[in-house]
Write a protein that binds this ligand. Sequence first.
Ligand SMILES: [Zn+2]
Length: 288
Amino acid sequence: MTTSRYIGRFAPSPSGELHFGSLIAALGSYLQARAQRGLWLVRIEDIDPPREVPGAATTILQQLEHYGLHWDGEVLWQSQRHEAYREALSFLQQQGLSYYCTCTRSRIQQIGGYYDGHCRTLNHGPENAALRFVQHHPVLSFEDKLRGKLIADENLAREDFIIHRRDGLFAYNLAVVVDDNYQGVSEIVRGADLIEPTVRQISLYQQFGWTVPDYVHLPLVLNENGAKLSKQNHAPALAQGDPRPVIHAALTFLNQPIIAGWQDLKLSELLRLAVQNWSLPAVVPGSS
Ligand SMILES: [Zn+2]
């Protein structure tokens, strides 16, 4: 019997500083890891330079420190991992599990928004082409530890999705799987906006022959219009100054027990009690 240690992570992209919604993902993954005496890693997902904001990664790390969310080990930067992504791509290529696609976005829109495998047998070269994964074994559902069995959109699950973009950037689904496996992540706790690509990620784990981690998708923080808080819809910045009211509000959002007298506690003590009280089943899944 092998007993493997719990390893969790928080993996923000530096497209802006943390807001209350991303703090929920950070805090939820932190508490879930610490409650199991596991490791909590931080990875900066800086693989999409056009979408990145200069200085945002540094700000995010400073914010985590400010809120007392101290990570284990060194931060992993996806911008330093290109060699690993290239290796993963060449493995898939050698297995005959990828092909170049020159189809335009407008062609795919015209056929209903999902790719139809048009280029699978056309043997295009890499020039001005995206690389797609051959989806022989679609994953149609997965078990979420908070939400139970989640059924995938079948069109999405069956699609030959992009693993290397036409503009030369590595695709999110490829990088996230390669890195979570590399870091030994045993459970992924993240926001419900990432439920959709999970089945694609699981199918990559299976093709690589890697152990699929457990999944937990936390509820999203919505604004008054019912939209997810995000940089795109101008989520307000987290308050500077005393971190404790923000942590308290985040614990309340996650439906955790109220910690009596939290205003009088040190931040480290507040977080220690939050770890001690942490209950994943108490989190209300919410809309997704
Ligand atoms: Zn194509």
